[in-house]
Design a protein around this ligand. Structure first.
Ligand code: DON
Length: 317
C-alpha cells in the first residue's frame, strides 16, 4: 500500500482567483453569439446580452470579481435554492413527501409529468416544485418572500437588497402557466395556501434583485456545510450535501447533464441570466450575463463556469 504524501494539496494552490477571473472575462468578451435575454416579460427583455459579471467568494468571506459583478440583476429561479434551504431547515425530511428529487428532463415550466405523478413535482427547482416549496415556507412563516429577502440580506451583508415591483407585477400579468401549475397541484391536495396568495409570494420571490457579489456570499452556507455567515447553523452537514446534490442533478433543468459534464459543480440558473455554483468546503461562484440558450441558461455564464473549473482544476470531480 502506498501512502499518499500529506503535503499533496487537495486543490492546486491558488493564492487568489482574481487573475483567472480576468482571463475568463477577456475570453468571454471575444466570444460572439451569447444567446437572447428572456422575453416573456418586458423588464427582462430590455437587458443587454453583452453584460457580463462574475464573482467568487471564499468561505471566509473574501470576494473576487470581474466585469459587472456588483450590478444588481433579476435573481429569478436562483432563489429556489434559498427557499429550499429555508424550508428544509424548518420541516426536514417531511418536505420530500411533497416534492421529489429526480431530474425532470423537461423544461422548467412544464406541466406534463404532474398528472402522471399525482401532483408531486419531480424536484424543487422546476417551477412546480418551487411552488410547493414556497407554499410550505409560506405556511411556516406567513411571509415566504419576506423571510427569503431577510436571509439574503443577512448572508450577503447587503441591507439594500429588495424586490423589483415592476418585475413582480409583470410576472403576475404573464403568470397563467404558473397559476395552472399551482391550481393543478392544489387539486391533488399538494398546495396548502390559496393559489393567489402563493402566486404573489412566488412572483415577489423571483423579483429579488441582487449582484454576483451578493449571491456568491449568500450561497456560502452551502460551501460551509450548512453554516451561515454569523456562524450559526441553517442546515445539517447532511442537508447541505442534499441541497448541493439536487443542484447538481436538477439545477439547470433539462441541461443538467451537460452542465455537470462541462462545469462539474452544483449550480442553479435563473432566466435573469444569473447562475450560482458551489465548491463544497472551498468557495462559491456567481456569474451573470442575460443572453440565454433555449433551455433558459445563460450562454456566457455556463461558458465562464466551464472555463473556471477547467483553468483552476477546482471542481467536485
Ligand atoms: O416562474 C417563472 O417563469 C420565472 N419567474 C422564473 C423562471 C426561471 O428563472 C426559470 N429559470 N431558468
Amino acid at each position: 500500500i502506498m501512502a499518499v504524501s500529506s503535503s499533496y494539496p487537495p486543490y492546486p494552490p491558488s493564492p487568489t482567483f482574481q487573475p483567472v477571473l480576468e482571463r475568463i472575462a477577456t475570453e468571454i468578451g471575444q466570444t460572439p453569439g451569447r444567446g437572447r435575454p428572456a422575453d416573456y416579460i418586458p423588464a427582462l427583455a430590455a437587458c443587454d446580452p453583452r453584460r457580463f459579471g462574475m464573482a467568487v467568494a471564499e468561505i471566509d468571506g473574501t470576494v473576487y470579481g470581474v466585469g459587472d459583478w456588483r450590478q444588481p440583476f433579476s435573481t429569478q429561479s436562483i432563489t429556489k435554492v434559498f427557499t429550499l434551504a429555508l424550508d428544509l431547515a424548518r420541516e426536514g425530511d417531511e418536505l420530500w413527501e411533497h416534492v421529489g428529487r429526480e431530474p425532470s428532463g423537461n423544461p422548467f415550466n412544464s406541466l406534463v409529468q404532474l398528472e402522471y405523478e399525482n401532483g408531486i413535482p419531480r424536484n424543487p427547482f422546476i417551477n412546480a416544485g418551487a411552488l410547493v416549496v414556497t407554499d410550505r415556507l409560506q405556511t411556516r412563516t406567513g411571509d415566504a418572500a419576506g423571510t427569503l429577502l431577510a436571509f439574503l440580506r443577512a448572508e450577503s451583508g447587503n441591507a439594500e437588497l429588495t424586490f423589483d415591483k415592476e418585475v413582480a407585477a409583470s410576472e403576475a400579468t404573464h403568470g397563467d402557466r404558473n397559476a395552472a401549475l399551482a391550481h393543478f397541484m392544489a387539486s391533488y391536495g399538494n398546495i396548502d395556501n390559496p393559489v393567489p396568495v402563493l402566486l404573489e409570494q412566488y412572483f415577489r420571490q423571483c423579483s429579488i434583485e441582487a449582484s454576483c457579489a451578493d449571491l456568491a456570499l449568500a450561497t456560502s452556507f452551502l460551501a460551509r456545510h450548512g453554516l451561515r455567515a454569523d456562524g450559526s447553523r441553517l442546515l445539517t452537514q447532511s442537508q447541505a450535501k442534499q441541497v448541493n446534490a439536487v443542484m447538481l442533478t436538477c439545477g439547470t433543468y433539462d441541461a443538467a447533464g451537460d452542465f455537470a459534464y462541462r462545469v462539474g459543480l452544483p449550480g442553479k440558473s435563473g432566466v435573469g441570466g444569473g447562475i450560482i455554483a458551489v465548491v463544497p468546503g472551498r468557495c462559491t461562484l456567481c456569474v451573470w450575463s442575460p443572453g440565454l440558450d433555449e433551455r433558459g441558461n445563460s450562454v456566457a455564464g455556463v461558458a465562464a463556469l466551464d472555463r473556471f473549473t477547467t483553468l483552476t482544476g477546482v471542481s467536485v470531480f
